[in-house]
Design a protein around this ligand. Structure first.
Ligand SMILES: C=CC1=C(C)c2cc3[nH]c(cc4nc(cc5[nH]c(cc1n2)c(C)c5CCC(=O)O)C(CCC(=O)O)=C4C)c(C)c3C=C
Ligand SMILES: [Fe+2]
Length: 787
């Protein structure tokens, strides 16, 4: 393998509860999304919020009505599996328009819950028959109707679409606080929903029947906006304070920390909650799998405290939710979950470890490369020539194979990635067992044996019912975890035998304490090794002179700038967390750098490039490096050959005397045991009953609508889809390679056609040549000259 990643880049680029007396109100919408129906839809929503703000509370407005109240739906967010949206529904003259507006504005990047909302609206209509329910729209007279019945409905998205379940068992509830996804709040719809929720909850306050709901609040924690969080905390304090003042027994906290949460903020928020835990018991605290990874060990202890408090003071459901979240909390399932033991014995848990795979022998190299370059998440051709991808993959793989083979030869004739990943799978299985969870771990490689398809066949054979999908990449990239998820999505869709398989994905886990600590342990050891090494001492090197050099696998820049790949951001956060940990330990060293390695092809990749950074640091007088491979958790060609051989040579050539490479984590105990915790924490999201015993109860209830009975699972089976949707955004494909040279030099249509084809062929030639050799710059120059 030649020196990759550092060739001059060419001109090719990828374009690529409301307590009415609190006077809390949802913020006014800044941006109205639902505008296609004229002013009415969005205006009505706004006016319902404003109405609450005015002299008459919404409760007052609603009092005296004889109308039944509709449903309050707890939406289950697609990617977080957590209750996030409360929706007061209405029927009436605007219903059709509202539905149309939601449908039309349903943008998967911003409104993940669109179909959940639609389903709940329809369901509410069904419940209420043709009667208008809570009229937050329509005439003032309509709005003064009082609710008689409150139904809580959980919206669950499954692979077969959306279904709804009645949520029961909220008997002891006095306060109802909902944490709302930031993405929903940001859009006008958040305000609309909040407005509706404020209206309905206020209405409920003035009525005996549903008096368990006294506070109904949209609050979000741990999300991006600091001021918003502070405001929410104030609201929370007031609500909890009021509960205490009135001596009311119980508050409900549904916490769905957003995917957008930042660890420090999530921690702070949990600190805040911890301080106030005495004021309220918590019915269900449901951090998303992602959010769970944001929570440090100490915070987890606090969460456990909430859970056991909930277990001792709340109703059965709380106990149940708590016991699921924290399997070791000692909480006991409620009486109404008597079937649980039966259910759990029939569950079979699997963990699917996703990785890239690598050629086991030199003979495998070309085919492995073919698989890699045939993947449109790695190399994507313009649609017009999409048909040529297999051809291009063939040519590129043959052209690159000799260089790659050299690399694999240098590390013993093949990639160790399979062996290490299988060892990690065994270690993880053991670590989960040590935490009382019987699970089977499977290795699913993307480009080589054991292929993902084979792993899924084994999952089927073993009759796994609940699958945690765990990419062995600490950070998410469209090109790695994304590509594997895309494949899984296809497999899940095409194989009817998998329709009952529940799954959940842990998209990334670089923020976990276990990972950060394990990495810091390894780095600390290498930094301090400079002090213990006589040779280093002879060269005048010490730990204080060591510069910590994080080298991450690169991706094309456009993946981040155009395709919304979170990879770079997650990588930078990884480095921040590790550096923070090292500083906290009081280790002294000479600064740190993050750079990107392994560039392939003729487009710009994330910068700075590793080789350039090494040279730069040498120029700045850095004498010793501790090199940390940061995107990998196992040794393979990128660490053993590229870092240990190629970059080491670069460092030596430019005068860096001290070189130590931090080993990949492999089966490091701290790391594996934390991965096991991550998988276990994610499990409730792949199990039925999480925080929703009512589902079981509903199934026994003859009144339960057929729609509910048909639902196979509480778990959003769409979580693979949802993740992909999130990262794909509006743009359904990766950016295409674009030629920034001027190719339009024909005078006639046919000349343009011919020139276009020539341009495309030249483009393909350059891509192939560059990927194969990393030396296509001269070709471009020649073409430029010709132009
Ligand atoms: C976080 C890890 C990785 C990212 C991101 C990634 C993106 C990416 N890779 C290529 C091209 C190649 N990668 C190759 C090997 C390889 N890549 C990763 C990880 C990431 N790739 C690993 C772990 C390995 C090694 C596997 C092994 O054999 O041990 C190779 C083959 C080796 C070589 O010839 O250099 C290529 C090619 C692209 C184009 C890309 C993003 C678009
Ligand atoms: Fe790679």
């Amino acid at each position: 393998m030649g020196r990759r990643g550092e060739a001059n880049h060419t001109d090719l680029c990828y374009p690529t509860g409301e307590v009415a007396t609190l006077n809390w109100l949802p913020p006014r919408p800044k941006k109205r999304r639902l505008t296609n129906t004229g002013s009415s839809t969005s205006d009505v929503a706004t006016s319902s919020c404003e109405e609450g703000a005015g002299d008459a509370t919404p409760a007052a407005v609603l009092q005296g009505s004889g109308q039944p109240c509709g449903a309050v739906a707890l939406g289950t967010s697609l990617d977080t599996n957590a209750c996030t949206v409360a929706l007061a529904t209405s029927a009436g003259p605007h219903r059709q328009r509202e539905m149309a507006a939601i449908e039309e504005n349903a943008d998967p990047t911003t409104l993940l819950n669109a179909d959940g909302l639609l389903a709940s609206l329809r369901f509410a209509d069904e419940l209420a028959g043709a009667q208008p329910t809570l009229a937050r729209e329509g005439t003032r007279a309509e709005r003064t109707r009082e609710p008689e019945e409150l139904t809580l409905v959980r919206v669950v998205r499954g692979r077969g679409g959306v279904h709804l379940e009645r949520v029961e068992g909220l008997k002891g509830l006095t306060h109802f606080i909902v944490f709302l996804r930031e993405s929903i709040v940001q859009e006008g719809l958040g305000n609309k929903l909040a407005g509706q929720a404020a209206t309905i909850s206020s209405a409920l306050l003035g009525k005996d029947l549903p008096k368990q709901v006294k506070a109904f609040r949209f609050v979000e924690l741990g999300t991006a906006s600091r001021s918003r969080c502070l405001k929410d905390r104030k609201v929370l304090t007031e609500a909890l304070g009021l509960a205490k003042e009135k001596g009311e027994p119980c508050a409900l906290l549904v916490a769905a920390l957003s995917r957008l949460s930042r660890r420090s903020q999530a921690d702070e928020d949990l600190d805040y909650l911890a301080e106030r835990a005495g004021q309220a018991s918590i019915l269900a605290c449901i951090p998303t799998p992602h959010a769970a990874t944001l929570i440090g060990e100490e915070k987890k202890e606090e969460l456990k405290k909430y859970m056991s408090k909930a277990a001792s003071t709340s109703d059965g459901q709380a106990v149940y939710a708590a016991s699921h979240y924290m399997p070791k909390s000692g909480a006991t399932p409620p009486d109404n979950a008597t079937d649980d033991a039966e259910t759990s014995s029939s569950r079979r848990v699997g963990v699917l470890l996703l990785n890239l795979g690598g050629p086991e022998t030199l003979d495998d190299v070309q085919e492995f490369l073919y698989n890699l370059f045939a993947d449109p998440d790695i190399l994507r051709l313009p649609d017009a020539v999409g048909w040529a991808q297999p051809l291009l993959a063939s040519v590129v793989s043959y052209a690159r194979a000799p260089t790659s083979q050299e690399g694999y030869k240098a590390i013993g004739g093949g990639s160790p990635i399979r062996r290490t990943t299988e060892e990690q799978a065994r270690a993880l299985q053991g670590a989960m067992r040590a935490q009382d969870v019987d699970a089977k771990c499977y290795v699913a490689m993307r480009y080589w044996n054991p292929f993902t398809e084979e792993a899924i066949e084994r999952v089927k054979r073993d009759r796994i019912t609940d699958l945690v999908i765990l990419p062995l990449y600490p950070q998410f990239s469209v090109s790695t975890s994304g590509s594997s998820l895309r494949l899984l999505e296809k497999i899940f869709k095409e194989d009817p035998a998998l329709k009952d398989l529940r799954h959940t994905v842990i998209p990334s886990w670089y923020q976990r304490r276990g990972y950060v600590c394990a990495m810091a342990n390894l780095i600390e050891r290498e930094i301090l090794a400079f002090d213990a090494c006589k040779q280093s001492a002879k060269k005048g090197l010490s730990s204080r002179k060591a510069h910590v050099f994080f080298s991450a696998h690169g991706v094309p820049k456009s993946y981040v700038t155009e395709a919304g790949d979170p990879y770079k951001e997650e990588m930078e956060e990884t480095v921040d967390l590790i550096v923070e940990e090292l500083r906290g330990r009081g280790i002294e060293y000479n600064g740190h750098t993050l750079a990107y390695q392994s560039r392939v092809g003729p487009v710009e990749w994330l910068e700075p490039y590793t080789g350039d950074s090494i040279r730069y640091l040498a120029n700045q007088g850095v004498e010793a490096l501790v090199v940390v491979p940061i995107s990998f958790v196992s040794e393979h060609i990128e660490t053993l050959e590229e870092i240990d051989m190629e970059y080491r040579e670069v460092a030596e050539d430019c005068g860096i005397q001290g070189w130590r490479r931090v080993p990949a984590l492999g089966c490091d105990e701290v790391f594996i045991s934390d991965l096991a915790s991550a998988a276990i924490e994610a499990l409730p999201y792949a199990l039925p009953n999480m925080g929703n015993v009512a589902y079981e109860a509903d199934l026994r209830d003859p009144q339960t609508p057929a729609l509910l009975k048909q639902s196979g699972s509480l778990v959003p089976m769409g979580s693979v889809d949802a993740l992909l949707e999130t990262y794909d955004g509006d743009r359904k494909v990766l950016p295409l390679p674009e030629v920034s040279l001027e190719w339009e030099w024909g005078w006639t249509r046919s000349a343009e056609l011919v020139n276009g084809r020539l341009a495309m062929m030249a483009l393909l030639t350059i891509i192939i040549f560059e990927i194969a050799t990393g030396k296509a710059a001269f070709l471009l120059e020649a073409v430029e000259d010709a132009v």
